[in-house]
Design a binder for this molecule. Structure first.
Ligand code: NDP
Length: 398
């Protein structure tokens, strides 16, 4: 029986709140806080059981500390934006509360995803006897768990990793993003880095693509190589990896719009002066785009996200694809949300559950692959994200 504070009432926050509310034996008391409390109340109104809501600006540590002292949670689940990671970690340290998030810290003025800022909290969390679990969504999160699971059960040593994220869903808009538009566009337009022979190799954004046919008739999609934050932790925690890459599918309409918006400067993160007021183009663009939390009702199709791992088992080459397929409309029926928010929010709830039940609880700052993958994947099967494994799939990836 535990009290949790969820911060961030967006698309992912909605799913985490629903999923925690479904497990009163673990999450006995839930408070949902965000910058705009009306969004928390709208989510609360969807639930079968009462939760508390609150207003907080999570950029401000004193406000967070005051809220945490009032709510007295055991754990803060941070599903606000990556910009708030450090302030929420600081507040957790000050109040003696455990921490979980789904995306690594990103400074607002530089589009650079790195764990170094959060890994630097290792000693402070460990000394305080507190745990911080980083990146416990789907990718990162489930993909880290899939890699650890594959390494434990199918290999003596893993050599290559291709994380493949296909969204075969269609929301009917010419251009919309499935999670926070600002974070999504910063991620996609950043230069690509992949791990190869002991170092990160940099290539231009979206400069390598290939075709990928998903299992179970999800379809064939163009997937593009891009940098994703779990490459940093996985290459560090699995030093036998010679190569690690991340691939994501994009439709032609999305790419065409993104190119034009980039060409005219609408995806920029530097302030520009308009009518005497400073605006940041990408933040203005976010205001114009559909809110990802409203896409659920109109999104049809399935996601297929998994890890293709190769390596050696008993002296012989081996390969596996560990993956999950999720139907957007199934998610909508369950939690009024599309599958991108769902696939992020469910692992966050499971990570919180495993921490609070003690199975994953240990002081320090951890990435998902450093923890036992078996209860995590077992809970993915139980709570809406069943995984499957194909041994020696017929994939021919570059
Ligand atoms: P949304 O933009 O839908 O929601 C973000 C929420 O955070 C909003 O409700 C917003 O509040 C709130 N928020 C923003 N700034 C503050 C602040 N200063 N104080 C308090 N609340 C704040 O984003 P998503 O739900 O799509 O994404 C949430 C997180 O999940 C992001 O960090 C994203 O990167 C991560 N993510 C991780 C994935 C994974 O697989 N690991 C996949 C997808 C997303 P308000 O509405 O009041 O402005």
């Amino acid at each position: 029986m535990s009290r949790v504070l969820i911060i961030g009432a967006g698309g992912v926050g909605q799913v985490v709140t629903h999923k925690c509310a479904q497990l009163p034996a673990v999450f006995s008391d839930i408070t949902l806080a965000s910058r705009t409390e009306s969004r928390c109340k709208a989510i609360a109104a969807q639930l079968q059981r009462p939760i508390r809501t609150a207003q907080v600006d999570a950029d401000r540590v004193p406000e967070l500390v005051a809220l945490i002292r009032e709510v007295r949670p055991e754990l803060v689940i941070n599903v606000a934006l990556p910009y708030q990671d450090l302030s929420i970690m600081d507040a957790c340290l000050e109040t003696g509360v455990h921490y979980l998030d789904t995306a690594n810290y990103e400074p607002p003025d530089v589009a650079r995803f790195e764990y170094k800022w959060q890994w630097a909290y290792q000693d402070r969390f460990e000394k305080a006897g507190l745990m911080a679990l980083l990146g416990c969504g789907f990718d990162p999160g489930a993909t880290n768990g899939f890699t650890a699971y594959a390494a434990r059960h199918y290999f003596d040593e893993i050599h290559t990793l291709d994380i493949i994220d296909v969204n075969g869903g269609d929301h009917g808009y010419p251009f919309a993003t499935n999670f926070n538009p600002e974070i999504n566009i910063r991620e996609v337009t950043a230069e690509c880095r992949h791990w190869e022979n002991g170092e990160f190799v940099t290539t231009p954004a979206m400069s390598l693509k290939q075709s990928f046919t998903c299992p179970d008739d999800v379809g064939t999609y163009n997937i593009y190589r891009l940098y994703h934050e779990e490459l940093e932790s996985l290459s560090r925690h699995f030093p036998s990896l010679n190569k690690a890459q991340f691939w994501m599918s994009f439709g032609d309409s999305y790419l065409r719009h993104l190119e034009v918006l980039g060409n005219v400067g609408m995806t920029g993160i530097e302030p520009v002066v308009f009518n005497g007021t400073e605006i940041i183009p990408i933040q203005f663009l976010k205001q114009l785009l559909p809110d990802p939390s409203t896409l659920g009702a109109r999104t049809v199709g399935r996601t297929c996200i998994g890890c293709y791992v190769t390596g050696i088992k008993d002296g012989q080459p081996n390969s596996v694809f560990v993956y999950n397929i999720k139907d957007h409309q199934d998610c909508y029926r369950e939690v009024q949300s599309q599958a991108i928010s769902y696939t992020t929010g469910v692992p966050a709830m499971i990570g919180a559950k495993l921490m609070l039940e003690g199975q994953w609880m240990k002081p320090g700052v951890w990435n998902v692959e450093q923890l036992d993958p078996d209860p995590f994947l077992a809970d993915m099967n139980r709570y809406g994200l069943p995984f499957q494994v194909i041994e020696n799939p017929d994939f021919k990836l570059v």
